[in-house]
Each structure stands twice: as structure tokens, then as C-alpha cells.
Design a protein around this ligand. Sequence first.
Ligand code: NAP
Length: 485
Amino acid sequence: MQTYDVVIMGAGMSGLCMAVALKKAGMQRFVVIEKSAGLGGTWWDNRYPGAHVDVPAPLYSFSFAPNPKWTRRFAAAAEIQAYMADVAQRFGVLEHFQFNTQVSAARFDEAQGCWNVDIKEPHQAGKTLKAQFFVCSTGPLSKPRWPDIPQLRRFGGVLMHTARWDTQQPLKGQRIGIIGTGSTAAQLVAPLADQASHLTVFQRTPAWVLPRADRRYGRIDHWVARRPWLHAAVRKGWYELLEWGRKGFDEGTAARSTLMRTAQTHLWRQVRDDTLREQLTPKMPLGCKRLIYASDYYPALSRPHVALVTTAIKHATSSGLVTTDGKAHKLDVLVCATGFDVQHSLAHVPIVGTAGRSLDEAWAEAPQAHLGLTVAGFPNLFLMLGPNTATGHTSTLLFIEPAVQWVLKAMQAVQDRGQRSIVVKAEAMQAFNQQLQQRLQAAVWNQCNNWYRADNGRNIAIWPGFTNDYVNAVRRQPFEDFDFG
Ligand code: NAP
């Protein structure tokens, strides 16, 4: 059996950050297991036309790895993947990644204080890796959610989910339908409108859309990125601006009225048709679902060969979709931009902790963790971007880096104390979650249906505070809240 100090599942941003941190700390015995054929995680999966990040590039780079090569303020998926490959190369961790390999199960061995991680490589019998620590860095947005539309599989054309995009699929001149109008669809509509002979966008809920102030990066930006103190100042500027934006989620703030006015003006300026504008006017409170940043979405919806359908979908047929008004929408390609199953994002991998209890059982009602990082009953298991670490306002990397540093500290504490394992106390996790849910109760994120909440209504996704609140809470969490064994 191959033995490691750490097995990491997932080669996205957090898996990469963890790998770099382990290498820097001199821990060489680790492996990153990734189901896909390359680095990227969400940026590998989401290859739909127009996929890009909506956080400015200086903040969507690791603090320890500025990138003097960004070509735009809002980087495209392929460019982010290239950046990740560059970071892996620069920090010498590439050899630790094992691609095209699935983690099929993981069990904590209480007698030995370590994890047995089953993996499945292509065309080979499964095998088990042994590791003291197991890091799940698959993130909450990894399992595509298909829409619950009757007879969807009867559709005889091409059916795609945006998170499993087939880049070989010809789209030119096709009649294309998109289900959904979230962040993904808003990026996809304009590029698909350029290719389709006819594009139908099926909207259930109109979103709040803010302009995306994108621009090309040139020589000056690259010059700045090569000077650490200047780059840090630019990064800090973006950080502060986005933290100000966080206030926009709180009722009665100047930031909130500014964001609402900006979105309303954006809609009014870009959509001149009264009926279309009314259809696109959000009825839910701003920020309840993820804010969308797009400057080409509304203009694309106004094009003559693009139709916005707001009548509910009744069922699919072999040739398209039928809406509840009886109208048949003929399609060659049907794209589901319907998001992710956040509640069950880890359900496909049986992860079994102490007393034979699985994570699925522990999370039967809804996922919860301590600061999104550790779960009672699961020693030496660390989650990256676990429950309640998402924000609607800034870069996830600002949450990943302190989390990774704390995980290293925890691993070190286990070794320094001559112990084999660390696990959060159930009462500490419970107290943390009680406080968190109280804080979320009246917050805007709990005021509509969204992927932030589980079936029982519990908010399983959002960190309600500012970035620094999280960073400080993670850094300062006392080891008294943990049991060592
Ligand atoms: P999403 O926000 O969950 O949106 C899914 C869309 O599909 C919604 O408009 C939803 O309508 C619609 N939908 C779902 N089931 C439907 C059905 N049966 N019939 C009709 N419509 C249906 O998913 P997403 O757009 O993929 O975004 C998910 C998250 O990914 C975002 O919130 C964001 O965190 C992340 N993301 C980030 C970026 C970035 O630039 N950083 C880009 C893309 C995505 P309802 O609203 O009515 O439910």
C-alpha cells in the first residue's frame, strides 16, 4: 500500500494552494488526486464559451504568486488554467498531481489514526492509499445540477450542462436553448448568440446585473505586477473596494443603494424595449442570489434572433421544450446552465469517519462544518471551501490561503504533540454553527430560493461577514476546541 502524509482530492485552486504550502513546509510525501486530465478544478470543468472569473485578476492570483501575464482585468477560464499550470511549475509541485484518477471512497482507521483512500485509475484495478491526513478540495460547485424537467432525456438533440461542456460540439447555425439566467448563463448568452441561428433563453427568475468594467491589461499593468510592493498596493485597492461592496448585502447601507441604482441604470440603459425590460427587472432583493457582472448580456438578449421566454417549462420532447402556454420551442442544442448540487457535493464519495459514520449520514439534514474546515467525528479530515465559506463579494482565494495555512498549523500541532490525529469537538462545532445560523437568519441570502440553502432551508454556503472576520476566526481558532488523539 502506498503511504503518504497527505492525500488531497481535487486539483483546483485550493488543491494547488495546499500542494504549494506543503512543499514550502518541506512536506514531500503528498499526492493530489484529480478526476480530470489536468489542473483547473472548476476552470477545467466550466469550459463553456465566455467562461471567466468575475473578480479582478490581481485578487484572483495567489498573494505569493503575482501574475505579470494577465491579459484582461477579468481573466478567461483558459488563462486561469495557464496561470495555475505556471504556479505548479514555479513551485515544483506538478509531479505530485495524479490526473485521470477518481477517489472512490475514504475511511478513517481509528486504530492507526490515518485515512485509507480508495482510488480508481483508468484501465486498472482500484487501489488504496494510506495517508495521515486527507484534504477534500473539491469545493461546493463541482457536481452539476440538471433541471427537474419532465422527459428531459427524451430530447433528441444535443443536451449539455455548462459544467460538462463539449468543446467539440458544433454550434454555428444551430437553434440553441439555454435554461437558466444565473452567473453562468449571463456569460454564455452573448457568445452563443454570435453562433446560433436562433437562441432561446428560458428564464425563471430575473437576476440583478451590474456592469462588468473589464479592460485589456497592457505594459503598465504587467510592469506593476513585476514589482511586489506596487502589486500589493493594487491588490489592496481592489480588496478594499470589494469589501465596501460587501456592505451592499446589508439593508439600509449607502453601498446597497449604490449597487441597486447602478443595476437599475444598467438595465435601463441597455434595454430600450419596455416589455423586455419589465421581464428582466428583478423582483427579489439584491444579493439574495449571486450578483451578476455582465456588460454583454442585456445587449445580446435584445438581438433580433434571441428570445427571452419567461413562461415556465412544462416538459421536453424529442425536438425541444414545451412551455406551460402550450408553445413548442424547437431546438437542436439544449444547454442547461442550471448550476450545482451544493447540498450533495461530496455525496458521491463515501467518506467514513469514526464509529463507522459517513459524512453523508453526518450531513443527512444539511452539510455543516467548523469554519468550513473540519467536521466533528472526522479526525484528520480537512475541507477546502467547505460549508459556509462562500461569499458573494470577493475572491475565494482570500479564503483559501488562510485555510491552507491553518491546516498546515494543525498538521504541525499533531506532530509536535506526538499525537496521530486532530478533530474538532462536537460542542465547539455546534456552538459555531448556532451563532452562524443566527447571524444568517435575517440576512438577504435567506430571502429567496438559491443554491446557498439546503432543502431544509438551512444556509449551507454563505459566510455572512467580511473577509477579515473569516481570516481572523481561522487564524485565531484555539486548539482547545479540538481533541488530539
Ligand atoms: P445558479 O446560480 O444556480 O443558476 C441556475 C439557473 O438555472 C437559475 O437561473 C435557475 O433559476 C435556473 N434553473 C434551475 N433549474 C431550472 C428549471 N428546472 N427550470 C428553469 N430554470 C431553472 O447556477 P450558475 O449560473 O451556474 O452559477 C452558480 C455559481 O457558480 C454562481 O453563483 C457563482 O458562485 C459561480 N459562478 C461564478 C462565476 C464567476 O465569474 N466567478 C461564473 C459562473 C458561475 P432560479 O433562479 O429560478 O432558480
